[in-house]
Design a protein around this ligand. Sequence first.
Ligand code: CP
Ligand code: NVA
Length: 308
Amino acid sequence: MTRHFIDLAGAGSDGLRAMLDAARTRKQARKGLPKGRADSDAPLAGYTLAMIFEKNSTRTRVSFDMAMRQLGGTTIVMEAGSMQLGRGETIADTARVLSRYVDAIVIRTDDHQKIIDLAEHADVPVINGLTDQSHPCQIMADLLTVLEHKGRVEGLEWAWLGDGNNVLHSIVEAASLLEFPVRIACPEGYDPDPRVIAAARERGGAISTSRDPAEVVRGADIVVTDTWISMGQEHAEAKLAAMMPYQVSEALMAQAAPDAAFLHCLPAHRGEEVVDAVMDGPQSLIWDEAENRLHAQKAVLLWCLGKL
Ligand code: CP
Ligand code: NVA
């Protein structure tokens, strides 16, 4: 069975734990090495990863590229618009062809159905580098960051503020698999997909929703937000206005647990979803979180390619 990484639930709790463990161990083992030098065991020597981007990316693109180099493999990075995909070749045919050349495929796409179709027709692992529906690779990095700074993932209380988007969907999924509660505050009209919440609750996830940002943040261990306007969405003044009470300010952060951490997947819109004082403040883990994309992506690749 080809191991795709389309959503966190597909990997299951054991898969997630194995990946977090590998990410942590490998990060530790290569401390001090130049970033472009391969890990001593180079477990993906001879392997090639293709990456397809339908949307912009800094972290996903560079972290996967460096992840493959550190694992001993190579990458081919393509903008969808420069491929025949952009001229109407089907995703199914693209999947069949790329499977003959490369060992794994990362895709960042506007439409979650495209990654489902790609995986259905590919003989090699397909990895979700973000869709409109989810961003599982990001949450692997978030979980790794929490594990490093708090010593555990289970039982910590997360508070999400703002838009009910792709990043939130993956957090909710992780919560139901690794047993931590998530409290969500989104303005009316911008709630997460109820199917994602229902599926997480069915797995036993402790997911609660509110319209009150202060109530959600009170006593939280982890405070997390994301851009109010995701890629592919219209820049809408009405949405920005509805989101403003959900901005992560110093006053809001002060209501969380005294040692609460702040996370943001980046890119951030400073002065919108979060203020500078929180982004750059002592509780912010955003740079470790960004770095951990690299270490988490290495573990995802190893898991997909049957090395974990
Ligand atoms: N967080 C994240 O996925 O960043 P990029 O859009 O830069 O890849
Ligand atoms: N929710 C954001 C995440 C960017 C990494 C988006 O989809 O644009």
